[in-house]
Design a protein around this ligand. Structure first.
Ligand SMILES: O=C1O[C@H](COP(=O)(O)O)[C@@H](O)[C@H](O)[C@H]1O
Length: 260
């Protein structure tokens, strides 16, 4: 697993634009070398900000959208089309504006889908979809995602892995249902830490003053059960993309980054 690296931008808009540019480059490079790319999207303010910046970036046309697989790190378990669903927000911010292959857009199940309100069955179905896309060389029965993005909540949650809840303790399954999430809605579907750690690169997005304490805790050696963001690591790279407000409480040794 990789050690977290930090990039701090002046403000959240610049952070979103720079992260969008970084993502475009990553996807274009992956498509050039392997023919396709896979990205895991996050919900929340920072994730949607990045997608909106990507939609506005002229360089978005460098991406071959038809050869991009999109997955989600978590979903609010609500009916299809609900405005609070992460996929609904992602569609509005970007997905409806680019020529994706619908078969490569792997939204997590909705609460009015084939599994009804059975969130565990919905989670199992998503795990099966991930497993069927994984090659024999892949880790943890999920594809080797090129980039997996995670918004960091003010309580250090990532995806729908909240401090101390059972989902963050999961060591076997790649996707689980969540009940009793402290942030509404209480019922959710989420990738687990083993699935997250199978990604080549994990990018954690944190902008705004309300993320400052969470970033400081997660980057100061906290345990992943108490601070799930601390356990979100990529195989090749773990990148924290912050704005100055979110970086304002980091220990001096981390911000500004110490020279070698
Ligand atoms: O509910 C969620 O929250 C987190 C963080 O959201 P933010 O608005 O505080 O940035 C998000 O990463 C997650 O995907 C989402 O379901």
């Amino acid at each position: 697993m990789s050690t977290p690296q930090l990039v701090v931008h002046r403000d959240k808009d610049l952070m979103a634009q720079a992260a969008a540019a970084r993502l475009i480059t990553k996807v274009v490079d992956a498509q050039a070398s392997r023919g396709h790319a896979s990205v895991v999207l996050t919900g929340g303010r920072n994730g949607n900000g990045l997608l909106a910046a990507l939609a506005a970036a002229p360089a978005r046309d460098a991406v071959d959208w038809s050869r991009l697989d999109l997955w989600w790190g978590d979903e609010r378990f609500l009916p299809e089309g609900d405005p609070e669903r992460n996929v609904t927000q992602a569609r509005e911010a970007l997905l409806d504006a680019v020529p994706l292959d619908p078969k490569r857009v792997h939204a997590m199940p909705a609460s009015d889908g084939p599994w009804g309100a059975d969130v565990e069955a919905a989670a199992e179905a998503y795990a099966a979809e991930l497993a069927s896309a994984a090659g024999p060389e892949n880790h943890a029965s999920v594809p080797s995602f090129d980039v997996l993005m995670l918004g960091v909540g003010p309580d250090t949650h990532v995806a729908s892995l909240f401090p101390e809840l059972p989902a963050v303790r999961e060591t076997e399954r790649t996707v689980v249902g969540v009940r009793g999430a402290p942030k509404p809605p209480p019922v959710r579907v989420t990738l687990t830490l083993p699935a997250i750690r199978a990604a080549r690169e994990v990018w954690l997005l944190a902008a705004g003053e309300d993320k400052a304490e969470a970033a400081a805790i997660a980057l100061s050696g906290a345990g992943e059960i108490q601070a799930p963001a601390a356990g979100a690591l990529g195989r090749a790279r773990t990148l924290w993309l912050l704005d100055a407000a979110a970086a304002s409480q980091l220990p001096r040794a981390l911000y500004p980054p110490a020279s070698p």
